[in-house]
Design a protein around this ligand. Structure first.
Ligand SMILES: Nc1ncnc2c1ncn2[C@@H]1O[C@H](COP(=O)(O)OP(=O)(O)O)[C@@H](O)[C@H]1O
Ligand SMILES: [Mg+2]
Length: 373
């Protein structure tokens, strides 16, 4: 049974729909991440779940119960806000204890829980300080501790790590995941950072203009994006996109640009056949470009393209090679290789093999994936 269910949720401010018909279910132990660019409606969605913002229309269910009219305090939701919202006049200890006290928890429980939560987020040595005596990172961990100290039915996080530097962010991410493992309560976590979403979410909902574009596991979104937007939003470096002609020749289909001609695999022919003679957008993930002799598939003249090497950026697993296509108006693209490329290749032209089974295809007008139905 889903623990949380959201049906046709809408929120309008004046004439604008900040949230425009959102639907999702959240499993009993699930950690769902809402990800999308600034202004797409993430915070508004969370605030409606918490009860801080009334929905314009639609339903929110916690279990069997419709909670639209239930006040925030009775929803038993713990929320971590982007701007921390810690109380400046209270000590760290009192800040963390606040949620428990306001729910009249027994003092023995407070004494037990507060130091434990503080320890989890490594601020147990700061319990007597006031927020102004803390760094931004420490203040954020006070806000996290305050939310986690309670046994809430739902945990909501609004970009809680956005203001931390990289090192602290990774650490806090681990802490949140560890706590989620322990509590197992349903959680909705908001971020604009797709790599954070990929690292944390059991499932991820990609939002755009108040709607959910696609919801699925990280692997599903990465391997089977249903739109150009999702394909481009998920994955670093971003997917390479080319406008191409679909050409039928004898019994084969090709995607062609001035720079390359690639033959489509049998399994893709029926989906692409209706586009013969038309233009589409093709997407090739940087990791689906390979040094020909290292490719795990048979390399022919019909699954290779050429590029000029501009920049080589070493990584822990190999390197990212920033290249340009060979045509009168060259187009930039990037390949991530599982091998090092010597700097002597800079400025040279190299062939790369394309894993055609992993190629993505998008309708130019609708921007929907041609493979998704
Ligand atoms: N209280 C409000 N009054 C008017 N417009 C708002 C209000 N809150 C949010 N919005 C608008 O709704 C849209 C979504 O905002 P928000 O949910 O904060 O986006 P996100 O958290 O994804 O950045 C934005 O265009 C924002 O300007
Ligand atoms: Mg926001």
């Amino acid at each position: 049974m889903p623990s949380i269910k959201v049906n046709h949720l809408v929120k309008s401010f004046a004439e604008k729909n900040a949230v425009n018909d959102i639907n999702f279910e959240l499993g009993e132990h699930e950690f769902l991440v809402l990800v999308g660019p600034s202004g797409c409606g993430k915070t508004t969605t969370l605030r409606m779940l918490a009860g801080l913002e009334p929905a314009t229309s639609g339903d929110i269910f916690f279990g069997e119960k419709r909670v639209n009219e239930i006040r925030p305090k009775e929803r038993n939701v713990a929320m971590v806000f982007q701007d921390y919202a810690v109380f400046p006049h209270m000590t760290v200890y009192e800040n963390i204890a606040y949620g428990l006290r306001s729910r009249r928890a027994a003092s023995s429980l407070i004494k037990e829980r507060v130091p434990k939560a503080a320890k989890t987020f490594r601020i147990d040595h700061l319990l007597q300080r006031k927020p102004r005596q803390l760094s931004g990172g420490e203040r954020q961990r006070v806000a996290l501790s305050r939310a986690m100290v309670r046994d809430a039915d739902l945990y909501l996080y609004d970009e809680p790590l956005a203001n931390l530097d990289a090192q602290l962010r990774y650490q806090a991410r681990e802490d949140i995941m560890a706590l989620h493992k322990e509590k197992q309560s349903p959680s909705v976590y908001v971020t604009h950072d797709q790599s954070e979403a990929m690292a944390m979410g059991d499932r991820i909902a990609v939002m755009r203009n108040g709607r959910i574009e696609q919801i699925g596991t990280g692997a599903e979104l990465y391997e089977r994006p249903n739109s150009l937007f999702v394909a481009y939003f998920i994955g670093t470096p971003s997917i390479n996109l080319f406008e191409a002609d679909v050409a039928a020749e004898n019994d084969s289909l090709f995607v062609r640009t001035p720079a390359f001609s690639l033959q489509l695999p049998e399994a893709r022919k029926s989906a692409l056949q209706p586009y013969a003679g038309r233009k589409i957008k093709v997407g090739i993930r940087p990791e689906d470009l390979h040094v020909p002799r290292m490719a795990q598939f048979q390399v022919t003249e019909h699954n290779q393209l050429q590029g000029a090497v501009n920049v080589i950026e070493p990584s822990s697993t190999g390197c990212a090679v920033y290249m340009s296509t060979l045509e009168s108006t060259p187009q930039d693209f990037v390949a991530t290789l599982r091998t090092r490329m010597p700097a002597s290749y800079i400025g040279k032209e190299v062939p790369l093999a394309v894993n055609m089974d992993k190629m993505h295809f998008f309708d130019l007008e609708t921007e929907r994936s041609i493979l998704a139905n």
